[in-house]
Design a binder for this molecule. Structure first.
Ligand SMILES: Cc1cc2nc3c(=O)[nH]c(=O)nc-3n(C[C@H](O)[C@H](O)[C@H](O)COP(=O)(O)OP(=O)(O)OC[C@H]3O[C@@H](n4cnc5c(N)ncnc54)[C@H](O)[C@@H]3O)c2cc1C
Length: 508
């Protein structure tokens, strides 16, 4: 059967949900097509026994408080979502067990963050002042860039935001060094590197600061009803605005006209046509569904040259005792054998993160229970080397046993006896679930020639397919909840402007 809409959105992940919410609020006729039976993509939860497990989210940055909302909270309010967030007072605890190791907890909010670092690295006072100034300059430079719609005056950038430009072209480790931080302070400050998937000696400093300032200023934001609560609230917005959502509807082909313009998509049984299509699906997969000759050779080459971002092994535990009773006090703890992010990325059991949602939201599991969520970054194919269909189950249980044992040893707690439910996800699970190559949850790795600045500067010059706009964690600004929502809004705004001839500011 044939259906006609103003806009088709493919994929109900964070980007697709935000895009469809914004488009429907603008009064456009929209259909959102999702291959699964529920919204959210990886922003979802699943049930085992009496536990509902958060599938992916540790924390969101740029949330802020009700009194002082930051961009992500504002975005949800603007879209009419009723979902609320908790602000965790600590950003993270980081434990390095090897020689010269440490056990440090950094607090949220600039003053508390500063104090918590000074407690363990008192020599950092001046360096922290310099870092604070640089973060402020980064905020100002980005606000200026936004005001200029991504086309800033180069002279203004050079004269006013020179320091920002320097940090934007150096690695995180180089910039922290130049700010005068000691080795120990650098290692502690670099803890969040794994959220971006590139070791600190290679990770673009600006990219890191852009994320970290959102965490320091806005705290670690945790939705009251897990990430699925956020996804559901956006799906409800879309329906309330008159949009259609079709679940269990996998797009199998993108339809192009003779001018290589995307005019619609095919599913197994139906054809959908629209003036514009937004894809929340990673470009690699879209190209695979585009037929011969429709996609420019240069774009194919570009995608082939890009590296996929990291994936994860996740261990989800439902425990039959409360966090308090088990002596679990931290919402988020990073555990590593070695302080250096390079070593963490290259060695087995280099680092992992464990979250206990009950510390932030006590009622997240039934009374008298709690859950733990282990996230183990998988940077190279080495981790899964030798894993076959025959030994896959054993690989999962051996991996879970090793990490649980290590966690018990490092934290001095006993959890094994209290495991009521356990589930293990690997890159294979993520690849199966949302079809992303290698099971990457992080789109394309942002590093080297393909770093965040290079991508931002080439916005508009790549993946220029008429009638098709991409959104999601695989775009210019990288991955993450906040980023993927923002890309959805930006894609919707571009489409609204093309279809109605008006942008948001003109309409207000
Ligand atoms: C374990 C884990 C932990 C993470 N932790 C954090 C964190 O703490 N903080 C943070 O900010 N970020 C985190 N992330 C990253 C964050 O989850 C992602 O960057 C973000 O969710 C990506 O959203 P997206 O818009 O790209 O959509 P995706 O989640 O990639 O969704 C794409 C959607 O498209 C659908 N789809 C695919 N193909 C088709 C098709 N052919 N037809 C129809 N539908 C299709 C999929 O089913 C899916 O619903 C984590 C990710 C993982 C995996």
């Amino acid at each position: 059967m044939r259906y006609d809409y103003d806009v088709i959105v493919v994929g109900a992940g964070n980007g697709g949900l935000a895009a469809a919410s914004k488009l429907t609020a603008a009064g456009l006729r929209v259909v959102l097509l999702e291959k699964h039976n529920l919204p959210g993509g990886v922003a979802s939860s699943f049930v085992r026994g009496r536990f509902e497990f958060e599938a992916s989210l540790h924390e969101l940055c740029d949330v802020g408080t009700k009194e002082e909302p930051l961009s992500v909270r504002r975005l949800f309010t603007d879209l009419g979502s009723k979902e609320d967030f908790i602000n965790e007072k600590n950003l993270f605890r980081t434990i390095v067990t090897g020689e010269n190791g440490y056990d440090v907890t950094l607090a949220a909010g600039w003053d508390n963050f500063r104090q918590s670092l000074l407690k363990v690295c008192p020599e950092s006072e001046k360096s922290l002042d310099r870092l604070g100034a640089l973060l402020d300059k980064t905020t100002e430079a980005l606000a200026y860039n936004d005001r200029k719609k991504g086309r800033p005056n180069k002279l203004v950038m050079l004269l006013k935001y020179g320091k920002f430009l320097i940090s934007a072209s150096h690695s995180l480790d180089d910039v922290l060094r130049s700010l005068g931080f000691s080795y120990r302070a650098r290692m502690i400050l670099e803890t969040y590197w794994s959220y971006l998937g590139v070791p600190a000696d290679e990770l673009n400093a600006f990219h890191y600061f852009e994320m970290v300032r959102g965490y320091i200023n806005g705290g670690a934001g945790i939705p009251l009803h897990k990430s699925y609560g956020l996804s559901l609230s956006l799906a409800e917005t879309i329906i309330k605005n008159g949009g259609d959502i079709r679940y269990n509807t996998e797009v199998t082909r993108f339809i192009y006209d003779e001018n290589k313009r995307v005019t619609g998509v095919c599913t197994k049984d139906d054809e959908y046509y629209a003036k514009e299509v937004i894809s929340n699906v990673i470009p690699h997969n879209v190209f695979g569904m585009s037929g011969k000759g429709n996609v420019a050779e240069k774009d194919k080459k570009l995608l082939n040259a890009r590296r996929f971002g990291l994936s994860f092994i996740c261990i989800y535990l439902g425990l039959d005792k409360s966090a308090d009773a088990l002596g679990i006090k931290d919402y988020s703890v990073f555990i590593a054998q070695n302080a250096s992010s390079r070593r963490q990325a290259e060695t087995e059991m280099g680092m992992y993160v464990v979250n206990c949602i009950n510390v932030a939201v006590p009622e997240a599991t039934p009374e008298g229970t709690c859950s733990l969520f282990f996230t183990i970054p998988v940077f190279t194919n080495k981790t899964m080397k030798g894993v076959t269909a025959d030994n896959y189950k054993k690989f999962k249980s051996d991996t879970a046993a090793a990490y649980i044992e290590n966690y018990e040893k490092v934290l001095g707690v006993n959890i094994r006896e209290h495991i009521e439910e356990i589930s293990v996800a690997t890159p294979v699970t993520f690849a199966n679930y949302f079809g992303a190559p290698n099971g990457t949850a992080y789109g394309y790795e942002l590093s080297g020639w393909d770093g965040v600045m290079a991508r931002i500067l080439s916005t508009g010059n790549e993946l220029n397919i008429k009638g098709l706009t991409f959104c999601g964690g695989h775009g210019a600004k990288g991955d993450g909840y906040g980023v993927s929502y923002v890309t959805g809004i930006e894609a919707a705004e571009a489409v609204i402007s093309r279809l109605t001839g008006k942008n948001d500011e003109e309409k207000q």
